[in-house]
Write a protein that binds this ligand. Structure first.
Ligand SMILES: Cc1ncc(COP(=O)(O)O)c(C=O)c1O
Length: 424
């Protein structure tokens, strides 16, 4: 089983006391299986790097580390989260547009790889590191010209805050070469996300190999790190099928084997940045029905979680139209023979856009029933405006070997002073 199984989601603690909803639950055994599958399938080709932004829960990052050891952090506080669970700095890459001077000052002392995304960022970092005894390793993020057709949500080929446009990399490389305190150690590209078909992902990886070769030749370096943004999607809506990673492996292997045999690029570590494919299917948001009624002929169940707890399921994270996530009833008072009926699952917020599902076929729900929004382990809790309308923040639980552990975090960015100087 490579997805959380709704029938395994407990609604009670061992003591028999019910678990207050809403809550997120992550099945760590499923997480282990997904990580092992990814690592083993691409062994020898890539080293997976977990994109913390998809789920920054520290217990979850800790569990990821039992299988893979590289982390992609997108903010200084994500770096701090990774360090707090024992990731070594040389296994962290820090990317993201708009890095603050104060963060660059503090994090450049730690020995991680900084992915630079703009020429003024290169200048700023060089100003800071020029006086250091050893140069800061940087990786240059490239915004490729070409995005394969059918790639999913694209982050390239258009005006963008991410990276250096492909035609401008020569200029950026010259700038880095002249900048004291910096050592160009490789290249990064992340073209987009949520692709469910192997061919465009393979085409993208082949394209990145070509771009990295060109960039390495321009820079005249022996790269130490090449970071491939994977774009692996997960099926979220009816009719979507899981990405076939065996087929993808077969398509990608020749390109990577060729790169690996290159006398200049061959020895570089090749990181594959993956977020949602790892964490998404492991998790669910569990919510109770607070009220059920019929409005103008449609059954409406008002749940205790809405877009304040799961922005993406409510269609507000990059989708043009809301399409329902997979949702199942996990506690229901009606009879097992009740036929499914079309219903709206609304959230508790005072706005009509707060709908977990606009129209979904489910057996009738009543006050006190509970539903699980599956495929919610990525871009769930921390990608949602939890403070809007001040409802209680969902707890987070890990399920492993049938045991439930509370792994809730509040005050996400207040870990204390693990990195001295970082603003809380
Ligand atoms: C640079 C970078 N790497 C990795 C990811 C992770 O993407 P996903 O969760 O779709 O795998 C993202 C997502 O936006 C990203 O911007």
């Amino acid at each position: 089983m490579l997805e959380i199984d709704a029938t395994r989601i407990p609604l009670e603690f061992d003591s028999g006391a019910s678990i207050p909803t809403p809550f997120y639950i992550y099945d760590f055994d499923v997480l282990d299986r997904r990580l092992t599958r990814l690592r083993d399938r691409f062994a020898g080709l890539f080293q997976p790097s977990f994109a913390v932004k998809s789920n920054p829960n520290r217990a979850l990052i800790g569990r990821v580390l039992s299988c893979i050891d590289h982390i992609d952090a997108s903010s200084a506080h994500e770096v701090e989260r990774a360090l707090s669970v024992g990731v070594s700095p040389d296994h962290i890459s820090w990317s993201g547009p708009g890095k603050r001077r104060s963060e660059l000052e503090v994090l450049s002392k730690l020995g991680l790889t900084i992915v630079v995304e703009a020429e003024d960022e290169i200048e700023l970092l060089s100003e800071i590191t020029a006086s250091y005894s050893a140069p800061q390793d940087i990786v240059l993020r490239i915004n490729p010209d070409h995005v394969p057709k059918g790639f999913g949500a694209s982050m390239s080929g258009n005006p963008s805050q991410f990276g250096i446009d492909e035609p401008a990399i020569g200029h950026a490389i010259d700038l880095i070469k002249r900048a004291p305190g910096l050592r160009l150690s490789g290249f990064h590209a992340y073209t987009g996300s949520m692709c469910l078909t192997p061919e465009p992902i393979a085409e993208n990886i082949a394209n990145l190999c070509a771009i990295f070769r060109k960039a390495v030749a321009l820079a005249g370096i022996v790269p130490r790190t090449l970071i491939f943004g994977a774009g692996f999607g997960i099926p979220l809506h009816a009719g979507q099928k899981a990405l076939d990673i065996d087929a993808l492996h077969a398509l990608v292997e020749p390109h990577i084997r060729e790169l690996a045999s290159d006398p200049v690029l061959g020895a570089a570590r090749r990181l594959l940045e993956v977020g949602r494919w790892i964490s998404g299917p492991t998790g669910a948001l569990v919510s109770s029905v607070l009220s059920a009624k019929t409005s103008r002929g449609l059954a409406v169940a008002v749940c205790d979680a809405g877009f304040n707890n799961h922005l993406a399921a409510c269609g507000m994270m990059g989708s043009v139209f809301q399409k329902n996530y997979p949702i199942q009833a996990i506690r229901r008072q009606g009879s097992a023979d009740d036929p499914p009926q079309e219903q709206m699952l609304a959230g508790p917020l005072c706005t009509s856009i707060d709908q977990l599902a606009r129209r979904i076929e489910l057996a009738p729900l009543r006050r006190g029933d509970a539903i699980a929004v599956l495929m919610s382990g990525a871009y769930g809790l921390t990608a949602s405006p939890t403070r809007f309308i001040s409802h209680p923040e969902p707890a987070e639980y890990a399920l492993s070997d049938g045991k439930l552990t509370d792994i809730s975090e509040s005050g996400l960015n207040r870990l204390g002073s693990l990195i001295p100087g970082l603003r809380p």
